[in-house]
Design a protein around this ligand. Sequence first.
Ligand SMILES: Nc1nc2c(ncn2[C@@H]2O[C@H](COP(=O)(O)OP(=O)(O)OP(=O)(O)O)[C@@H](O)[C@H]2O)c(=O)[nH]1
Ligand SMILES: [Zn+2]
Length: 350
Amino acid sequence: MSWWDTDDADDEPELDESSIRVRPNRKGNRPRTKTRPEHNDAETARVLAVDRGRYTVLLDEGTTAERRITASRASELRKQAVVNGDRVRVVGDLSGDEGSLARIVGIVERTTLLRRSADDTDEVERVIVANADQMLVVVAAADPEPRERLVDRYLIAALDAGIRPILCITKTDLADPADFLSNFAGLDLQVFTSATDRMPLTEITAALVGHDTVFVGHSGVGKSTLVNALVPSAQRATGHVNAVTGRGRHTSSSTVSYRAEGEGGTGWVIDTPGVRSFGLGHIDPANILRAFSDLAEVAENCPRGCTHLPDAPDCAIVEAVETGELGPTGPARLDSLQRLLATFMKPTQY
Ligand SMILES: Nc1nc2c(ncn2[C@@H]2O[C@H](COP(=O)(O)OP(=O)(O)OP(=O)(O)O)[C@@H](O)[C@H]2O)c(=O)[nH]1
Ligand SMILES: [Zn+2]
């Protein structure tokens, strides 16, 4: 359990992914495909949903032969987790006919892997979603109150995984998000604002087209409402609040992929109920700096082991901001970087 997340602990067992545990991969995010030669005839499919050992996968995506089939996982994959967004190699009955069952024999090399550890010091991590290239962080302007450190943690997890973060502030009919948003002014972050009767669906859909976007957010922020508006067929359950505790409850407990249709094409929405906490045990702070390419360049002149935090001696970034070398947005950029680094390095202070 995470140190800051005690009130959410009761929801943890509902996570479909909770049974999936993999060892940290020292070589980075890219496990290799392990398709055996005898599976030359295997076809590649996209994993849309995972439910107790049964995988819904999409074959021949985007063609007239496109179909959803059910598959199990071959024992040769051993403990390797197959997660939503994975591209897998499937063999066997690929007809998709009623009662048919195909077999997953390999996982195609992943481009990104969104992981979390159970808490900040835990070496064991959970794989959440594979191959997402964007993360839409959904946060409410009020009810529940937005917490910038929570958003920081989402951003860190995204940047570490090489996933582009996007922010959507919901419930702007209840509060003005300007103050909250000022925390992120120095980030190169696309921001949408949404209210019940003013949801920017065309704009968000345009950002989704051509991408695999994982949606994350704390319970009750209106994420399901947003997913349903973007993908009417999704029918995510909404608005369930536990009468006893008064807290939001997860009504749908597993990660599911939906196709959003826009003018210029389609995009995948990967909705993740329950992914509200990212323990950051596996994060490499160098990846956070790398996401600020302008600052990363300057940091090459930092002393070895520089933390780039306000108390770091002779930090080249701090100096460059002071001399104005990084331009008018320099201070905000540095502030954002330092916030993320501090959230990562000194989590117990928040
Ligand atoms: N005022 C206001 N309420 C909203 C807005 N969007 C959603 N809500 C309400 O907020 C509540 C929670 O919305 P959900 O979509 O269920 O939230 P969620 O983030 O999916 O929460 P879980 O299903 O618990 O994960 C519901 O009662 C919605 O009607 C909004 O823009 N403004
Ligand atoms: Zn530095």
